[in-house]
Design a protein around this ligand. Structure first.
Ligand code: G3I
Ligand code: 9MR
Length: 582
């Protein structure tokens, strides 16, 4: 397997080199000479497996045959022969693709797809509950990214590591100085998750990740009650997902200045650390400038957490604390409604800057209304006009709808509830249409190939699965949601299953300092790589000029091959939802 991966890496590098002669790096053009097009006599499919009742689709390109067969490997016999769909150009990949739909095959077993004239597909399984291991790994990834913790072998296996970043000696940066907490004042701000491949902790990204995991718990409590993640807290009687989330909430609480309720935008070194293990990355850390986006994001997440944890007897005091923290942050935001974040000159790390704050006001108001039932929050929600968009660290409008639809039926005026439902379903319908229009039956469009496109795919899938709860016939929503999961798991032009440690070909050189600097060849499993990004903002070389092909499994490619907590979270939600629907 390692040899195969090595060959793939080498061929990707060669292809990238060839491509250099064909076109300039930042001007992708459609060309049949694109390496992806040339190498594309292959069969692209979800590499993790299929539930017996699921839609099952593979994509075939560049073939002369009209039919495909599915071979049962154990019996060495053909169990299905069908016509391939018509050939269509999948614009974002540059490939002409034909669909091999083998959904009617609903018996468990190990199979491959055969098309005359090209190599057989990978072998794949049809099995009940194929996504449980990958869901568990994606959730466990948060444990691997815990700050202020040692990871013993018992829980981390070969990726065990020393404790690091106690964050008990964090300085207040000039940009955050106040009379009570002047520049250089020391605060303690331990725990939390590292954001990504870097070791910093950023409120807005942490917030959406935490919210998404909380909503997975809220939607599937019985599943998570029975679910054990092999983390140090597994022996207590609280669901592991709530223990894991609490690790981050504890940190988030420390980011509130008790003197005014404001929230520091991030806890960070001045520059990114080198490729070091956490315990060797010892540069001074700072809390930097308070921002309105951090305050509102914090208020929303703390309000939601207060609601969820109020049901856990051990956490009633925490639930109260979270509520007061949320209200204080909200008040700060009302008094400071337009403090957008930009890095001060001496701070070079992730910015998570956002100039449009209506969606954050809307989200925080919605969560605070659900928690307190105070009308003033509802009025503010209604005033905050912000269109529905795919959720992201900078766009939380849809999260307000998701929470109000899930938890607000008895609290909202029924007309408003109906209106929110109609708006949300209409939004999900646009994604269903994208799925139907796509020759690959993947609801990704050209503008979706931003930094973190796999996060976009998973957030779209989450929207569809949320909408599925509110429609009479959810088939189209669920099919489109699975199509996006299939895309991330291998039904894509690069042929990667983008989740580390799973499938036949998955990222090996993620931009993740721990995975780079440890002495284990395999990266930490369960992380979703960012995915193709047409902006190529890191200046690395890519094997294709097409939006969906702009991915490189190299350390260099931090805009396509980093991993973060906010891309894993919707993946956890989506796999949990699909597991619980089967
Ligand atoms: O908002 C503009 C839009 O108006 C414009 O049309 C478009 C064209 O490029 O760009 C949009 O801004 C992009 C922004 O994300 C919002 O989507 C920026 O170009 C793009 O550079 C920015 O990427 C972010 C990246 O950090 C760089 O700041 C990613 O979303 C974000 O996920 C990533 O996050 C990093 C952290 O900074 C540090 N930790 C790791 C993490 C993942 O790589
Ligand atoms: O390594 C950094 C990564 O963790 C961040 O997400 C990314 C965000 O901009 O930046 C990476 O650092 C790069 C820096 O921004 C520019 N010089 C190259 C660095 C990576 O080697």
């Amino acid at each position: 397997m390692k040899m195969i991966r090595l060959c793939l890496v080498i061929s990707a590098i060669c292809l990238a080199a060839c491509q250099q002669n064909l076109q300039t790096q930042n001007e992708p053009k459609l060309s049949t000479k694109d390496p992806l097009v040339q190498q594309s006599t292959k069969i692209m499919m979800n590499q993790v497996g299929y539930a017996p009742s699921s839609t099952k689709i593979a994509l075939v390109t560049n073939v002369n045959s009209t039919h495909f067969e599915v071979i049962d490997i154990t019996q060495n016999k053909s169990v299905l022969k069908k016509r391939l769909g018509p050939s269509k150009l999948w614009q974002d990949s540059g490939l002409d693709v034909q669909i091999a739909d083998f959904s009617e095959l609903n018996t468990s077993g190990t199979f491959l797809i055969r098309v005359d004239g090209i190599d057989d597909s990978i072998t794949f399984e049809i099995t009940s509950n194929p996504y449980k291991p990958i869901h568990d790994a994606a959730l466990k990834a948060y444990y691997f990214n815990r700050a202020s913790a040692a990871l013993p072998v018992e829980f981390a296996g070969p990726w065990s590591r020393q404790a690091a970043h106690p964050d008990t000696n964090v300085k207040v940066h000039t940009s955050a100085a106040t009379q009570q907490r002047p520049e250089g004042y020391i605060i303690s701000s331990p725990k939390g998750w590292y954001d990504a491949g870097d070791y910093n902790k950023y409120i807005v990204n942490s917030g959406i990740s935490t919210y998404t995991l909380l909503s997975a718990y809220a939607d599937f409590p019985a599943f998570y009650q029975q679910h054990f993640g092999q983390i140090p807290e597994s022996s207590n009687d609280i669901p592991d997902i709530l223990d894991e989330i609490k690790w981050n909430l504890d940190w988030m609480l420390t980011m509130q200045d008790p003197n005014d309720g404001g929230i520091y935008h991030k806890l960070t070194t001045l520059r990114f650390e080198g490729k070091k293990m956490p315990h060797n990355a010892n540069a001074q850390r700072y809390v930097v400038k308070k921002s309105t986006s951090a305050a509102l994001n914090f208020a929303a997440v703390m309000a939601y957490a207060s609601k969820i944890y109020s049901d856990i007897p051990q956490y009633t005091a925490f639930s109260e604390q979270a509520k007061f923290a949320a209200v204080d942050a909200w008040k700060w935001a009302l008094q400071n409604p337009g403090v957008t974040y930009k890095n001060p000159e001496d701070v070079k790390t992730g910015q998570y800057d956002d100039e449009f704050l209506n969606d954050e006001f809307k989200w925080a108001a919605a969560e605070l209304f659900l928690l307190t039932q105070e009308e003033s929050y509802l009025r503010r929600f209604e005033q905050s006009k912000s269109p529905l968009n795919v959720p992201s660290w900078s766009n939380s409008s849809a999260l307000a709808h998701i929470s109000l639809l899930n938890h607000g039926k008895d609290q909202l005026p029924s007309e408003l509830y109906q209106q929110l439902k109609v708006e949300f379903i209409a939004f999900a319908d646009t994604i269903v249409e994208q799925h139907k229009d796509s020759p690959a039956q993947v609801a990704m469009t050209t503008p979706d190939y931003v930094w973190g496109s796999n996060g976009v795919a998973m957030n779209k899938s989450m929207v569809l699965l949320q909408a599925a709860k509110y429609v009479k016939d959810a088939t189209a929503y669920r099919t489109a949601a699975s199509g996006l999961l299939d895309y991330v798991l291998g039904r894509n032009p690069t042929g990667y299953n983008y989740v580390t440690g799973f499938g036949h070909k998955s990222p090996m050189d993620i931009h993740h300092r721990q995975s780079y600097a440890d002495d284990v060849v395999a990266p930490i499993p369960g992380f979703v790589a960012g995915g193709p990004h047409s902006g190529r903002q890191d200046g690395c070389e890519y094997p294709s000029a097409f939006p969906a092909g702009n991915y490189a499994d190299t350390w260099c490619s931090y805009s396509t091959n980093e991993v973060t907590i906010n891309w894993n979270a919707p993946f956890v939600y989506v796999t949990a939802a699909i597991i619980n629907a089967d």
